[in-house]
Design a protein around this ligand. Sequence first.
Ligand code: NAD
Length: 474
Amino acid sequence: MIKIDQNYINGEYVKSSGTETQELINPTTKQLIGHVTLSTESDTQRAISAAKNAFVTFSKTTVEERSQLLQRLHDSVLAKVDLLASASAEEYGSPIGPSRGRAVFAAQTFLHAKEALKSFKFESQQGKTKIVMEPLGVIGAITPWNANYTHICGKIAPAIATGCTIVVKPSEISALQTKLLIECFHEAGVPNGVINIVNGTGAVVGAEITRHPDVAKISFTGSTTVGKLISKGAADTLKRLALELGGKSPNVILEDADFDKAIPMAVMIAFSNTGQACHAGTRLIVPEKRLAEVKKIIKDTVAATKLGNPMEMDTVLGPLVNQKQYDTVQHYIQLGLQEGGELITGGLGHPEGFENGYFAKPTVFANVTNDMSIAQQEIFGPVLAVISYKTEDEAVEIANDSIYGLAAYISSTNLERARNVASKLVAGRVLINKGVHDDPYAPFGGFKQSGIGRDSGIYGLEEHVEPKAILGYE
Ligand code: NAD
């Protein structure tokens, strides 16, 4: 039985002062695998204090010193990608193949920040004014359970690059992966107090980070509901905010698309990480006159997609993370049926033979209208809504009719046409004929209620500094 009762504070493993624990359950088998101790406000304050002290020295380090540290962080995370991928498969059922890919990407995040540093100007002069980009201070990072290591590394990299220090509160249901990451950071020789990690709940540790006056910025990834709470909690101390929130991303298939490629890709975009992905393309917007063809390709694609043990390399769909997520998915499938969606494949209950884990049936509804719950609300599971359109303008209108604006996808054989549609979509990232977010320099973040601010590349660095104007350079 695994017991995780330590935080990482000021370069040391420090026992949590909490007395409550949370169970860690393998979602494939529903077996108990361990416990994580939930930390207290005083553990959190200790971490913030360590980060504050470390900032005094770390903020004065050179770009060269920080580049070397980023390189070491990359190397040490890369050395553990297989372990991280296994922990992710064990702890939340994410299939091991993509999990490994995400671990490699997590390691690369440090190299991307190192690369972005090369062109980042910390000082410049405009007229008689010198402008200095000063690091913000202590960053409070709060991350979700899905893709734990990608989010944690993605928040640490720009903080380190700019000379900030950081306190991370990972999701309490991804403690195995966090434990491995702490080992990576320790082995990379991070100066004491620069990276601090506190396990615990959002209500205790997350809330304390959010209100603490010594935290300059909250970098949050998670649901829109919690993002709004954090926004309110951070208001009293006027913290800088980066909120990477939920999505209900449209995937627009234009009439001239290669349907044999575009539709199977659309299924994968919707079902990646078993649908537990913020950028999942969960609204498939297709030309009405080709609906019959679309339905057939979807059915064949889902039938050929392997659902099963996440530890096997060819598994695409694993279980959902926990009972709560399983129940949420069942609730939305029920709503889809009640609201008149036409079930193409899937439905309520477990897939046959997978009753012992939190497995849900990959489910696709056609005849969905954009006002239905399954088209408007983030489900975070393998449920795809197919919505048909008559004209391209209507397709754009449907795509934009959402409170979210995280990602959008377009398939077309005519690039010019696709780019024209891309210019009309309200989303932080638009992918043309692509299912993979493969450019590390592309800023990532959302329009509307998908969030505030951007991660990645030069934009990520800009959001960790404050410009100071010094007048008097005549
Ligand atoms: P969540 O919002 O429930 O939790 C995220 C984190 O916030 C956790 O660490 C949690 O403990 C903490 N938290 C909860 N209440 C808090 C509070 N009152 N104060 C401070 N912290 C608090 O999200 P989740 O279920 O872990 O993850 C799924 C959600 O994350 C989905 O909505 C998904 O779209 C979103 N997400 C967004 C992105 C993105 O880049 N936009 C990426 C991945 C996931």
